[in-house]
Write a protein that binds this ligand. Sequence first.
Ligand SMILES: Cc1ncc(C[n+]2csc(CCOP(=O)(O)OP(=O)(O)O)c2C)c(N)n1
Ligand code: SF4
Ligand SMILES: [Mg+2]
Length: 303
Amino acid sequence: MSTTEAIKKTTVVKLDEEEYTHPGNRACTGCTLNTLYRVGLKALGRDCIFAVPPSCLTVVQGLYPISSSQMPILNVTFASTAAAATGVRAAMKRLGKDTQVVAWAGDGGTADIGLQALSAAIERVEDFIYICYDNEAYMNTGVQRSSTTPRGVLTNNTQHGKVEQKKDVPSIVAAHNPAYVATCSASYPLDFHDKLLKAKQIKGFKYIHIHTPCPPGWGVEDRMAIAVGKAAVDSGLYDLYEIAHGKMRLTGPSEKLLRKKKMPPVTEYFEYQGRFKALEPEYIDALQNEVDQRWAGYREKFL
Ligand SMILES: Cc1ncc(C[n+]2csc(CCOP(=O)(O)OP(=O)(O)O)c2C)c(N)n1
Ligand code: SF4
Ligand SMILES: [Mg+2]
């Protein structure tokens, strides 16, 4: 199949029935990373090796010897995730194996501590998939801000609200011009599934960034976690797109938004979440304005 050929959209009934995680793990109730991981493994299949730095994913995967995953996983140091994946891919190549190598890290492990190794691996045109699940803080250690925490968010070390803007990691990655870059939401896991299927068929460096609601860290009720993620996408705050061979297009629910006459206001996203309690109304207005302008630009470009 050519890299530009469209992947048929997966539906829940068409998902692989085989499970690659054992039932039960130590994540919080309502953790959307759970769904992502379960669905992601279905797309990746069994012939796969992971490199994972310290994060909530190590909790989801299970602590040895009570592992919840059926594929080999290397738990690596924060700064070395992309370098470790590079090494595993080289070893597989030497053994004549086509095994898919996947680096799967949090936002702290990607945007802050692992950024250098990530940048270097893209520049070397390494052949693996890098997934960043972005729950917008260091959650595993009790909710500290990372560079992808949005402005205004309350964390345990931004007790009056974070002052700085969210770092745009997919754009930083895209500036390296890798083979594939995509953004996803844990609230739309089938879109993630299809992007992984696509990434698997592309040679070179593939990067997928996923907005991942975390109920305790975001001050959201467990049952609302998926709705919160959807509100981010459906209000136009968080865009789902892919860039394959330099060409960008909006995908899934974001592509559908292009034709919507009126998008829900961004306030619908903030209302659900305790972490945004300190957000100033002027900033919300400015953000709404920015979203409206961005989408006006998209409509001009894509319609
Ligand atoms: C070098 C190093 N510094 C700090 C830690 C402690 N630590 C473990 S998990 C974690 C948070 C990781 O945050 P992120 O990558 O966003 O993943 P999340 O916990 O949010 O899933 C930290 C700081 C560590 N294990 N190693
Ligand atoms: S802290 Fe958040 S990301 Fe970590 S396991 Fe709990 S819900 Fe999931
Ligand atoms: Mg995190």
